[in-house]
Design a protein around this ligand. Structure first.
Ligand SMILES: Nc1ncnc2c1ncn2[C@@H]1O[C@H](COP(=O)(O)OP(=O)(O)OP(=O)(O)O)[C@@H](O)[C@H]1O
Ligand SMILES: [Mg+2]
Length: 236
């Protein structure tokens, strides 16, 4: 498979405090890669740094073979990386339909393209809420809408930051199914999670980070064989 995202030697600071130390990771086209780690491990900082949202970084990020280090977030988005942050970012005063319209971009060659109808098939609960203002939806529904709106930009890679956090079990299942469809459509996915059980069946490879350092890279079956890593680095 061809390399779509490559992060090499990523270091990040908030002020003087260094929080990422030489993180290396890669995501090949079509893969689902899970970034695992406890609270404060550095998952959000890693994804935000890829997206150009962290000012204090050093290191190298390549997307589709070209360096995106130092580019502003909107340029990175336009190159085809969709980002769903851990706090839901909907336009509260707009309806579901209007939120989707805001996210629409021209189709991107080589990336799966999405219509509102395809997204309602993906997230059936949103279909019933099309005219609801997003501010009047549950946190879980807003999370689904944030993902759906991101897909309206036809990304080739999506970064999902702890998408299952705080979701009711029914929505976690719906989300896992949606990720399966997204993968089947050819979307490449980098997803952060605290729990390796989420999206387990979809995950091709995983990284475990602890205190800003990569502690493990491999399949989840490989991780099962490393209880030392699981006990030290994961909250399971
Ligand atoms: N805005 C900030 N200013 C200063 N320090 C921060 C800031 N955001 C995060 N940190 C620190 O950076 C480290 C990594 O945090 P990060 O949010 O990337 O972890 P995380 O793995 O996403 O955690 P969580 O599972 O709680 O979301 C932590 O020590 C955290 O306290
Ligand atoms: Mg986080």
């Amino acid at each position: 498979m061809s390399e779509l995202l490559a992060v090499r030697g990523l270091n990040a600071w908030y002020g003087r405090a260094q929080v990422l130390f030489d993180i290396d990771l890669r995501v090949d086209a079509g893969e689902v890669v899970t970034l695992l780690g406890r609270n404060g491990a550095g998952k959000t900082t890693t994804l935000a740094a890829v997206m150009g949202l962290i000012p204090g970084v050093r290191g190298d990020v390549h997307f589709g073979g070209a360096s995106i280090s130092g580019l502003p977030p909107h340029r990175i988005a336009r190159l085809g990386i969709g980002y769903v942050p851990e706090d839901r970012r909907v336009f509260s005063d707009l309806t579901v339909d209007e939120n989707l319209a805001v996210g629409r971009q021209p189709p991107r060659p080589g990336a799966p393209s999405w219509t509102p109808q395809a997204l309602f098939d993906l997230f059936p609960n949103l279909a019933e809420l099309r005219r609801r203002r997003a501010g009047q939806m549950s946190g879980g529904e807003q999370q689904m809408l944030t993902i759906a709106r991101t897909l309206m930009g036809h990304p080739s890679l999506v970064l999902l930051d702890e998408p299952s956090e705080g979701l009711a079990p029914r929505l976690v299942e719906q989300l896992a199914r949606a990720l399966g469809t997204m993968k089947a459509e050819g979307l490449t996915i980098l997803v952060s999670e605290q729990n390796p059980r989420f999206a387990r069946s979809l995950t091709d490879r995983a990284y475990v980070i602890e205190k800003g350092r990569t502690r493990f890279e491999g399949t989840l079956a490989d991780l099962d064989a490393r209880p030392d890593i699981r006990d030290a680095c994961l909250a399971v």
